[in-house]
Design a protein around this ligand. Structure first.
Ligand code: NAD
Length: 312
Protein backbone atom coordinates (compact mmCIF):
# COMPACT_ATOMS: atom_id res chain seq x y z
CA UNK A 1 0.00 0.00 0.00
CA UNK A 2 1.15 3.53 -0.82
CA UNK A 3 2.07 5.62 2.22
CA UNK A 4 -0.01 8.80 2.69
CA UNK A 5 2.06 11.92 2.11
CA UNK A 6 0.16 15.17 2.37
CA UNK A 7 0.97 18.61 0.95
CA UNK A 8 -0.83 21.60 2.51
CA UNK A 9 -0.66 24.74 0.35
CA UNK A 10 -1.45 27.99 2.19
CA UNK A 11 -0.55 26.34 5.51
CA UNK A 12 0.14 29.63 7.33
CA UNK A 13 -3.39 31.02 6.96
CA UNK A 14 -6.35 31.02 9.33
CA UNK A 15 -7.38 27.48 8.40
CA UNK A 16 -4.01 26.15 7.25
CA UNK A 17 -2.25 26.34 10.61
CA UNK A 18 -4.90 24.37 12.48
CA UNK A 19 -5.52 21.93 9.65
CA UNK A 20 -1.81 21.19 9.29
CA UNK A 21 -1.49 20.52 13.03
CA UNK A 22 -4.57 18.25 12.97
CA UNK A 23 -3.28 16.32 9.92
CA UNK A 24 0.14 15.90 11.55
CA UNK A 25 -1.53 14.33 14.58
CA UNK A 26 -3.36 11.86 12.33
CA UNK A 27 -0.75 11.03 9.71
CA UNK A 28 2.49 11.65 11.59
CA UNK A 29 4.46 14.92 11.60
CA UNK A 30 6.91 13.90 8.86
CA UNK A 31 4.10 12.93 6.47
CA UNK A 32 2.49 16.37 6.28
CA UNK A 33 4.49 18.90 4.28
CA UNK A 34 3.35 22.46 5.01
CA UNK A 35 3.91 25.19 2.41
CA UNK A 36 3.10 28.87 1.96
CA UNK A 37 4.34 32.07 0.36
CA UNK A 38 4.79 33.53 3.83
CA UNK A 39 7.36 32.73 6.46
CA UNK A 40 6.53 29.66 8.51
CA UNK A 41 3.86 30.41 11.12
CA UNK A 42 5.05 30.41 14.75
CA UNK A 43 2.65 27.61 15.69
CA UNK A 44 4.00 25.36 12.93
CA UNK A 45 7.68 25.81 13.75
CA UNK A 46 9.25 22.59 14.92
CA UNK A 47 6.12 20.51 14.28
CA UNK A 48 7.06 19.10 10.87
CA UNK A 49 8.52 19.82 7.41
CA UNK A 50 7.98 23.23 5.82
CA UNK A 51 8.78 24.60 2.35
CA UNK A 52 8.35 27.98 0.79
CA UNK A 53 6.07 27.64 -2.26
CA UNK A 54 4.22 29.91 -4.66
CA UNK A 55 1.35 27.76 -5.92
CA UNK A 56 1.22 29.91 -9.06
CA UNK A 57 4.55 28.40 -10.11
CA UNK A 58 3.26 25.16 -11.63
CA UNK A 59 6.70 23.72 -12.41
CA UNK A 60 7.90 24.19 -8.84
CA UNK A 61 4.70 22.65 -7.52
CA UNK A 62 5.01 19.71 -9.88
CA UNK A 63 8.61 19.05 -8.86
CA UNK A 64 7.68 19.25 -5.18
CA UNK A 65 4.83 16.77 -5.61
CA UNK A 66 7.09 14.27 -7.39
CA UNK A 67 10.10 14.75 -5.11
CA UNK A 68 8.07 14.20 -1.92
CA UNK A 69 5.85 11.39 -3.31
CA UNK A 70 2.77 13.43 -2.42
CA UNK A 71 -0.50 11.44 -2.34
CA UNK A 72 -2.93 14.10 -1.07
CA UNK A 73 -3.06 17.87 -1.63
CA UNK A 74 -4.95 20.41 0.47
CA UNK A 75 -5.11 23.73 -1.40
CA UNK A 76 -5.93 26.60 0.96
CA UNK A 77 -4.13 29.49 -0.75
CA UNK A 78 -6.59 32.12 -1.97
CA UNK A 79 -7.48 35.80 -2.03
CA UNK A 80 -10.50 36.23 0.26
CA UNK A 81 -13.74 38.18 -0.25
CA UNK A 82 -12.95 41.62 1.13
CA UNK A 83 -9.37 41.71 -0.23
CA UNK A 84 -10.61 40.36 -3.57
CA UNK A 85 -12.91 43.35 -4.11
CA UNK A 86 -9.88 45.66 -3.93
CA UNK A 87 -8.15 43.92 -6.83
CA UNK A 88 -10.66 41.74 -8.72
CA UNK A 89 -8.40 40.68 -11.59
CA UNK A 90 -5.65 39.57 -9.24
CA UNK A 91 -8.16 37.64 -7.09
CA UNK A 92 -9.57 35.89 -10.15
CA UNK A 93 -6.10 35.06 -11.45
CA UNK A 94 -4.79 33.63 -8.17
CA UNK A 95 -7.94 31.80 -7.12
CA UNK A 96 -8.43 30.13 -10.51
CA UNK A 97 -4.86 29.43 -11.58
CA UNK A 98 -3.88 27.94 -8.21
CA UNK A 99 -6.76 25.48 -8.46
CA UNK A 100 -6.08 24.62 -12.11
CA UNK A 101 -2.40 24.00 -11.31
CA UNK A 102 -3.32 21.62 -8.50
CA UNK A 103 -6.09 19.80 -10.40
CA UNK A 104 -3.89 19.30 -13.43
CA UNK A 105 -0.94 17.98 -11.44
CA UNK A 106 -3.34 15.71 -9.51
CA UNK A 107 -4.52 14.29 -12.83
CA UNK A 108 -0.97 13.90 -14.20
CA UNK A 109 0.46 12.29 -11.07
CA UNK A 110 -2.59 10.24 -10.05
CA UNK A 111 -2.84 12.00 -6.69
CA UNK A 112 -5.20 10.03 -4.40
CA UNK A 113 -7.23 12.96 -3.06
CA UNK A 114 -7.45 16.74 -3.39
CA UNK A 115 -9.16 19.15 -0.99
CA UNK A 116 -10.11 22.68 -2.02
CA UNK A 117 -12.58 24.83 -0.07
CA UNK A 118 -15.44 26.76 -1.57
CA UNK A 119 -17.53 29.29 0.37
CA UNK A 120 -21.00 30.64 1.15
CA UNK A 121 -19.87 33.43 -1.21
CA UNK A 122 -21.00 31.33 -4.21
CA UNK A 123 -24.54 32.41 -3.36
CA UNK A 124 -25.85 35.82 -4.38
CA UNK A 125 -28.82 38.11 -3.79
CA UNK A 126 -31.09 35.89 -5.93
CA UNK A 127 -30.44 32.76 -3.86
CA UNK A 128 -32.91 32.00 -1.06
CA UNK A 129 -31.46 33.70 2.04
CA UNK A 130 -32.84 31.38 4.68
CA UNK A 131 -31.66 27.74 4.84
CA UNK A 132 -30.11 28.14 1.39
CA UNK A 133 -30.36 24.73 -0.31
CA UNK A 134 -27.48 22.72 -1.78
CA UNK A 135 -28.84 23.12 -5.31
CA UNK A 136 -30.37 26.53 -5.99
CA UNK A 137 -29.89 29.76 -7.93
CA UNK A 138 -26.18 30.58 -7.84
CA UNK A 139 -25.42 34.08 -9.08
CA UNK A 140 -22.47 35.39 -7.04
CA UNK A 141 -21.76 39.12 -7.24
CA UNK A 142 -18.28 39.34 -5.67
CA UNK A 143 -15.18 38.29 -7.60
CA UNK A 144 -14.39 35.93 -4.74
CA UNK A 145 -17.79 34.24 -5.10
CA UNK A 146 -17.46 34.10 -8.88
CA UNK A 147 -14.04 32.44 -8.57
CA UNK A 148 -15.37 29.95 -5.99
CA UNK A 149 -18.34 29.05 -8.20
CA UNK A 150 -16.11 28.59 -11.24
CA UNK A 151 -13.75 26.53 -9.07
CA UNK A 152 -16.60 24.25 -8.00
CA UNK A 153 -17.44 23.63 -11.65
CA UNK A 154 -13.76 22.82 -12.40
CA UNK A 155 -13.64 20.37 -9.47
CA UNK A 156 -16.71 18.53 -10.69
CA UNK A 157 -15.32 18.55 -14.24
CA UNK A 158 -11.97 17.05 -13.21
CA UNK A 159 -13.80 14.43 -11.20
CA UNK A 160 -16.25 13.43 -13.92
CA UNK A 161 -13.88 13.73 -16.85
CA UNK A 162 -10.57 12.51 -15.38
CA UNK A 163 -11.58 10.72 -12.17
CA UNK A 164 -9.65 13.11 -9.87
CA UNK A 165 -10.94 12.49 -6.33
CA UNK A 166 -11.45 16.14 -5.39
CA UNK A 167 -13.64 17.10 -2.44
CA UNK A 168 -14.91 20.46 -1.26
CA UNK A 169 -16.96 22.28 1.37
CA UNK A 170 -18.74 25.62 1.21
CA UNK A 171 -17.36 26.95 4.48
CA UNK A 172 -19.36 29.54 6.40
CA UNK A 173 -17.45 32.38 8.13
CA UNK A 174 -14.83 30.76 10.35
CA UNK A 175 -14.04 31.87 13.89
CA UNK A 176 -10.74 30.95 15.50
CA UNK A 177 -8.18 32.18 18.03
CA UNK A 178 -4.97 30.40 16.92
CA UNK A 179 -4.29 32.15 13.60
CA UNK A 180 -5.63 35.46 12.32
CA UNK A 181 -8.28 35.71 9.57
CA UNK A 182 -7.09 36.73 6.12
CA UNK A 183 -9.37 39.49 4.79
CA UNK A 184 -12.88 38.05 4.70
CA UNK A 185 -16.30 39.65 5.27
CA UNK A 186 -16.93 37.56 8.40
CA UNK A 187 -13.66 38.66 10.10
CA UNK A 188 -15.68 40.91 12.46
CA UNK A 189 -16.71 37.82 14.41
CA UNK A 190 -13.04 37.19 15.28
CA UNK A 191 -12.01 40.84 15.82
CA UNK A 192 -14.90 41.38 18.24
CA UNK A 193 -13.43 38.89 20.75
CA UNK A 194 -9.99 40.49 20.75
CA UNK A 195 -11.43 44.00 21.12
CA UNK A 196 -13.87 42.87 23.82
CA UNK A 197 -11.03 41.46 25.89
CA UNK A 198 -8.56 44.28 25.29
CA UNK A 199 -10.72 47.42 25.07
CA UNK A 200 -14.23 46.32 26.19
CA UNK A 201 -15.67 47.93 23.08
CA UNK A 202 -15.95 47.15 19.35
CA UNK A 203 -17.08 48.98 16.23
CA UNK A 204 -18.59 46.50 13.81
CA UNK A 205 -18.16 46.96 10.06
CA UNK A 206 -21.45 45.10 9.55
CA UNK A 207 -24.84 46.39 10.74
CA UNK A 208 -26.45 44.98 13.88
CA UNK A 209 -28.97 42.66 12.21
CA UNK A 210 -26.72 41.16 9.51
CA UNK A 211 -27.14 37.42 9.92
CA UNK A 212 -24.48 35.18 8.35
CA UNK A 213 -23.71 31.46 8.53
CA UNK A 214 -20.73 30.92 10.84
CA UNK A 215 -18.69 28.05 12.26
CA UNK A 216 -16.16 27.57 15.03
CA UNK A 217 -12.78 26.38 13.72
CA UNK A 218 -12.73 23.00 15.55
CA UNK A 219 -15.95 22.09 13.72
CA UNK A 220 -14.51 23.24 10.37
CA UNK A 221 -11.33 21.21 10.83
CA UNK A 222 -13.31 18.13 11.85
CA UNK A 223 -15.68 18.55 8.87
CA UNK A 224 -12.72 18.80 6.49
CA UNK A 225 -11.05 15.69 7.84
CA UNK A 226 -14.31 13.70 8.00
CA UNK A 227 -15.08 14.59 4.38
CA UNK A 228 -11.58 13.58 3.28
CA UNK A 229 -11.68 10.33 5.27
CA UNK A 230 -15.13 9.29 3.99
CA UNK A 231 -15.31 6.42 1.53
CA UNK A 232 -15.49 7.78 -2.02
CA UNK A 233 -18.82 5.96 -2.53
CA UNK A 234 -20.42 8.30 0.03
CA UNK A 235 -19.42 11.51 -1.78
CA UNK A 236 -22.33 12.36 -4.09
CA UNK A 237 -21.43 16.06 -4.48
CA UNK A 238 -18.25 16.74 -6.45
CA UNK A 239 -18.68 20.49 -6.67
CA UNK A 240 -18.87 21.52 -2.97
CA UNK A 241 -21.07 20.60 -0.01
CA UNK A 242 -23.06 23.20 1.95
CA UNK A 243 -21.72 23.12 5.51
CA UNK A 244 -23.48 24.67 8.45
CA UNK A 245 -22.76 25.33 12.11
CA UNK A 246 -24.58 28.39 13.47
CA UNK A 247 -26.05 31.69 12.30
CA UNK A 248 -25.93 34.97 14.23
CA UNK A 249 -25.79 38.76 13.84
CA UNK A 250 -23.32 41.28 15.34
CA UNK A 251 -26.02 42.23 17.87
CA UNK A 252 -26.43 38.61 18.98
CA UNK A 253 -22.73 37.87 19.34
CA UNK A 254 -22.31 41.14 21.31
CA UNK A 255 -25.11 40.08 23.68
CA UNK A 256 -23.42 36.72 24.18
CA UNK A 257 -20.05 38.39 24.93
CA UNK A 258 -21.79 40.73 27.42
CA UNK A 259 -22.77 37.68 29.47
CA UNK A 260 -19.02 37.21 30.16
CA UNK A 261 -17.89 40.88 30.01
CA UNK A 262 -20.84 42.98 31.29
CA UNK A 263 -19.16 46.34 30.51
CA UNK A 264 -18.67 45.44 26.82
CA UNK A 265 -20.27 47.87 24.34
CA UNK A 266 -20.71 47.67 20.55
CA UNK A 267 -21.33 50.32 17.90
CA UNK A 268 -21.92 49.94 14.17
CA UNK A 269 -20.19 51.61 11.22
CA UNK A 270 -20.98 49.49 8.16
CA UNK A 271 -18.47 49.84 5.31
CA UNK A 272 -18.06 48.25 1.83
CA UNK A 273 -18.22 44.80 3.40
CA UNK A 274 -21.90 45.36 4.29
CA UNK A 275 -22.82 45.10 0.62
CA UNK A 276 -20.90 41.81 0.30
CA UNK A 277 -22.64 40.40 3.39
CA UNK A 278 -26.07 41.51 2.13
CA UNK A 279 -25.69 39.24 -0.91
CA UNK A 280 -24.89 36.15 1.15
CA UNK A 281 -27.23 33.69 2.89
CA UNK A 282 -28.40 34.17 6.48
CA UNK A 283 -28.22 30.43 7.07
CA UNK A 284 -27.51 27.30 5.01
CA UNK A 285 -29.14 23.90 4.64
CA UNK A 286 -26.40 21.26 4.86
CA UNK A 287 -28.71 18.23 4.83
CA UNK A 288 -26.76 16.64 1.98
CA UNK A 289 -23.48 16.62 3.96
CA UNK A 290 -25.31 15.21 6.97
CA UNK A 291 -26.94 12.47 4.88
CA UNK A 292 -23.92 11.53 2.74
CA UNK A 293 -21.04 11.38 5.20
CA UNK A 294 -22.67 11.98 8.58
CA UNK A 295 -21.75 15.61 9.24
CA UNK A 296 -22.87 16.95 12.65
CA UNK A 297 -21.76 20.30 14.11
CA UNK A 298 -20.89 20.61 17.77
CA UNK A 299 -20.50 24.34 18.56
CA UNK A 300 -23.31 26.87 18.89
CA UNK A 301 -22.90 30.59 19.68
CA UNK A 302 -22.92 30.07 23.44
CA UNK A 303 -20.36 27.27 23.49
CA UNK A 304 -18.08 29.00 20.99
CA UNK A 305 -18.14 32.35 22.83
CA UNK A 306 -17.16 30.73 26.12
CA UNK A 307 -14.30 28.85 24.43
CA UNK A 308 -13.02 31.90 22.49
CA UNK A 309 -12.97 34.12 25.58
CA UNK A 310 -11.19 31.44 27.56
CA UNK A 311 -8.46 30.98 24.94
CA UNK A 312 -7.61 34.39 23.47
P1 NAD B 1 -5.91 33.01 4.68
O1 NAD B 1 -5.87 34.23 3.84
O2 NAD B 1 -5.88 33.14 6.15
O3 NAD B 1 -4.74 32.03 4.25
C1 NAD B 1 -4.37 31.80 2.92
C2 NAD B 1 -2.89 31.47 2.89
O4 NAD B 1 -2.52 31.26 1.54
C3 NAD B 1 -2.00 32.60 3.44
O5 NAD B 1 -1.15 32.12 4.45
C4 NAD B 1 -1.23 33.08 2.22
O6 NAD B 1 0.10 33.49 2.52
C5 NAD B 1 -1.25 31.84 1.34
N1 NAD B 1 -1.06 32.17 -0.07
C6 NAD B 1 -1.61 33.19 -0.77
N2 NAD B 1 -1.17 33.17 -2.04
C7 NAD B 1 -0.33 32.12 -2.15
C8 NAD B 1 0.45 31.58 -3.21
N3 NAD B 1 0.46 32.15 -4.43
N4 NAD B 1 1.19 30.47 -2.98
C9 NAD B 1 1.21 29.88 -1.74
N5 NAD B 1 0.49 30.35 -0.70
C10 NAD B 1 -0.26 31.46 -0.90
O7 NAD B 1 -7.21 32.18 4.23
P2 NAD B 1 -8.04 31.09 5.07
O8 NAD B 1 -9.08 31.83 5.81
O9 NAD B 1 -7.14 30.17 5.77
O10 NAD B 1 -8.77 30.35 3.86
C11 NAD B 1 -8.30 29.14 3.29
C12 NAD B 1 -9.30 28.71 2.23
O11 NAD B 1 -10.61 28.58 2.81
C13 NAD B 1 -9.47 29.71 1.08
O12 NAD B 1 -9.71 29.02 -0.12
C14 NAD B 1 -10.71 30.48 1.47
O13 NAD B 1 -11.35 31.01 0.34
C15 NAD B 1 -11.54 29.38 2.11
N6 NAD B 1 -12.57 29.91 3.02
C16 NAD B 1 -12.23 30.54 4.17
C17 NAD B 1 -13.23 31.02 5.01
C18 NAD B 1 -12.90 31.73 6.31
O14 NAD B 1 -13.81 32.22 6.99
N7 NAD B 1 -11.65 31.77 6.73
C19 NAD B 1 -14.58 30.87 4.66
C20 NAD B 1 -14.88 30.26 3.45
C21 NAD B 1 -13.87 29.74 2.65
Amino acid sequence: MKKDKILVIGACGQIGVELTLALRKMYGDANVLASDLREEHELLKGTGPYVSLDVMNKEMLHVLVIRHNITQIYLLAAILSATGEKNPLLAWHINMQSLLNVLDIAKEENIDKVYWPSSIAVFGPNSPMQDTPQHTIIEPTTIYGISKFAGERWCEYYNHRYGVDVRSLRYPGLISYKSAPGGGTTDYAVEIFHEAKEHKTYTSFLSENTYLPMMYMPDAIRATIELMEADASRISVRSAYNLSGMSFSPKEIAAEIKKHIPEFTISYEPDYRQQIADGWPNSMDDGQARADWGWKHEYDLEKMTADMLKNI
